[in-house]
Design a protein around this ligand. Structure first.
Ligand code: ADP
Length: 284
């Protein structure tokens, strides 16, 4: 008789994916709010804290991780055992639809096709050993994000939104979708939260500010942090230099990123602790 975690595997694992401790979905109520950027920030931030990290790009509407990570020229390999060997950037394993099909092809996929590929990437990907697998999900609450969220053994989901009311309504819808699917909401992060002029230091709240914090309180989910609208983050994204988001930004921007990563890791640890308090026994 062996002690196992909540869903098998390591007692501290919060997912059933073999050799992977935690699987975190990054979702959004709509496109363009910086969901993929936040997924990359989370992956790099956790890697910088000494964790083994993987990144799965499941955004079939527009897989942008190859561009954001500067890996457009890379492709997954096939191992002798038929496993998919992910290419790596800064030691982070990455599998993206964008490495296999062009984004133009990907957008015409229907749910079952997207689900088939994502399942294949999960089951046949040489991910292990990983502390965190970050999954960039398609935006919205339609059939495809819903099906994919159900396909992946998720520890929980992070919802990215911008501060405007409209974007927030979409974010609330996304959170409710995850809750209905039984996926633990790890929290909300407000992206493009405010803008600080790099020349004079004046702060502007272009899209308003703080709405996500309030929405998180009302929904009873954690607020993970505010990431500013920042030209260096946009530039590094366009140039495919994800590490530079941590090494070549103003200290105040770095502080917001570290705060977000810290809160995220804390939430995952809380999940793991809750699971560990209720161990299941596996009869072998
Ligand atoms: P989504 O995945 O939600 O469609 P992306 O992550 O692809 O959004 O981001 C869309 C664009 O916004 C990209 O050009 C990205 O570099 C930029 N962007 C995202 N977050 C920020 C930010 N905090 N500051 C500046 N630009 C950002």
């Amino acid at each position: 008789m062996a002690e196992a975690g909540p869903q098998g595997g390591s007692p501290f694992a919060t997912t059933s994916l073999p050799g992977v401790q935690h699987v975190i979905a990054v979702g959004a109520g709509k496109g363009g709010v910086g969901k993929s950027t936040v997924a990359v920030l989370a992956a790099v931030g956790l890697m910088r804290r000494g964790h083994k990290v993987g990144l799965l790009d499941a955004d079939v509407y527009g897989p942008s991780l190859p561009k954001l990570t500067g890996t457009e020229d890379l492709q997954p390999d096939l191992g002798p055992d038929g496993r998919i060997i992910p290419p790596e950037f800064h030691g982070i394993k990455l599998i993206s639809m964008g490495h296999i099909v062009s984004p133009n092809d990907a957008v015409v996929w229907r749910g079952p096709m997207a689900q088939k590929y994502v399942k294949e990437f999960l089951d046949r990907g040489q991910w292990a050993p990983l502390d965190y697998l970050i999954v960039d999900l398609p935006p919205g609450t339609g059939d495809i994000p819903l099906t994919l969220a159900q396909t992946i053994p998720l520890t929980g989901a992070v919802v990215v939104c911008t501060p405007q009311d409209v974007a927030l309504l979409d974010a609330v819808r996304a959170l409710r979708m995850y809750q209905k699917l039984g996926v633990e909401p790890l929290g909300i992060v407000e992206n493009m939260s405010y803008y600080v002029c790099p020349h004079c230091g004046h702060r502007d709240e272009i899209f308003s500010h703080g709405g996500a914090h309030k929405a998180a309180q009302e929904l009873g989910v954690p607020f993970l942090g505010s990431i500013p609208l920042n030209i260096a983050l946009r530039r590094h994204g366009d140039m495919g230099r994800p590490l530079a988001n941590f090494t070549e930004v103003e200290p105040s921007v770095l502080a917001t990123l570290e705060e977000f990563i810290g809160h995220l890791a804390e939430q995952v640890q809380q999940q793991a602790a809750q699971g560990a308090r209720l161990p299941t026994l596996e009869i072998t």
